[in-house]
Design a protein around this ligand. Structure first.
Ligand SMILES: Nc1ncnc2c1ncn2[C@@H]1O[C@H](COP(=O)(O)OS(=O)(=O)O)[C@@H](OP(=O)(O)O)[C@H]1O
Length: 293
């Protein structure tokens, strides 16, 4: 029987996935030492984290670009709060690359004060919810989404799942906008992956040859990542996290606007009302489907 305690660990009003998190680490997170040359990808879940992990690791590691090094993207760009492979973060050589879903008030204080680079990636919350719905039916570490109506209630009411923390700030990462050094959005990646790679590498002050850019773009496409075991989490889900079913993949659909295939008209209106109430003043432009400008 699913219940809240099985899946979530609440710490300072934020719900972590309990089976993936180390409570001691979280308690000391505030003091986790940040280096000026650390690079962080910050996302709300299901917003393009793995995609950005792949792009970042391809930008930084030649051995990843030319496939001479046998290391999964997750090991090159680990999750700060979900260190499932018990990596020794303190002794990692610089520059350290991380990703995180942490809300701003929980990130290590050094991340607020230092020069570490932050890439914040966001996606429209209807696609986020659709992706999360499927994901929660796929993995054993999240309460099953069951049907969309059931899941939507949880997502919007925010009583049981990892979303309540974000609902207060209307389902996007509550980073203060003046702290966000740079925003990238999922549709931007989708519409023009090459420009996004160039934009990210400029932001990181990494010089890339034309050949490098080609290699990165090629390896960061949905098709490539889906079939490359190092670049997707399928093996990790199967052997380290646990799947409810053999059907389904971490890289599921990889598009903008898939929510239209899952929301009823009424659900869409309900969502819009909440979005309007909570999010309309956010300085982020959301793209709801690919036909928009
Ligand atoms: N290369 C590429 N191109 C297009 N889309 C991609 C790509 N890589 C990942 N994805 C899609 O991103 C969704 C997973 O998001 P996250 O990586 O943020 O998930 S997580 O928070 O780390 O669990 C998930 O979205 P959905 O397909 O809508 O479920 C992935 O398919």
């Amino acid at each position: 029987m699913d219940n809240k305690d099985t899946y979530l660990l609440n710490f300072k009003d934020y719900n972590f996935e309990s089976s993936l998190v180390d409570a001691d680490f979280i308690e000391n997170l505030d003091d986790f030492e940040i280096r000026d040359d650390d690079v962080f990808i910050i996302t709300y879940p299901k917003s393009g984290t793995i995609w950005t992990q792949q792009i970042l690791s391809l930008i930084y590691f030649e051995g990843h670009r030319n496939r001479t090094e046998d290391l999964a993207t997750l090991d090159r760009v680990p999750f700060l709060e979900y260190n499932i492979r018990k990596m020794d973060f303190l002794n990692r050589p610089s520059p350290r690359l991380f990703c995180s879903h942490l809300p701003y008030y929980l990130v290590p204080k050094g991340l607020k004060n230092k020069k570490a680079k932050i890439i914040y990636v966001y996606r429209n919350p209807k696609d986020v919810m659709t992706s999360y719905f499927h994901f929660s039916n796929l993995v054993v570490t999240l309460e099953a989404g069951n049907d969309m109506e059931h899941f939507m209630k949880r997502f919007l009411d925010g009583n049981e799942t990892v979303w309540p923390d974000h609902r207060r700030t209307a389902m996007v990462y509550p980073f203060k906008v003046d702290v966000v050094l740079n925003n990238f959005s999922y549709p931007q990646f989708f519409q023009d992956l090459r420009s996004s790679v160039l934009k990210i590498s400029r932001f990181l002050e990494k010089e890339l040859s034309e050949e490098d850019v080609e290699a990165i773009v090629k390896q960061a496409t949905f098709q490539n990542m889906k079939s490359d075991p190092k670049a997707n989490y399928d093996e990790i889900l199967k052997h380290e996290i646990g799947k409810r079913t053999d059907e389904g993949h971490f890289l599921r659909k990889g598009t903008v606007g898939d929510w239209k295939h899952h929301f009823t008209v009424e659900q869409n209106e309900r969502f819009d009302k909440i979005f309007e109430k909570n999010m309309k003043n956010l300085p982020l432009k959301f793209i709801w489907d690919l036909n928009e400008e």
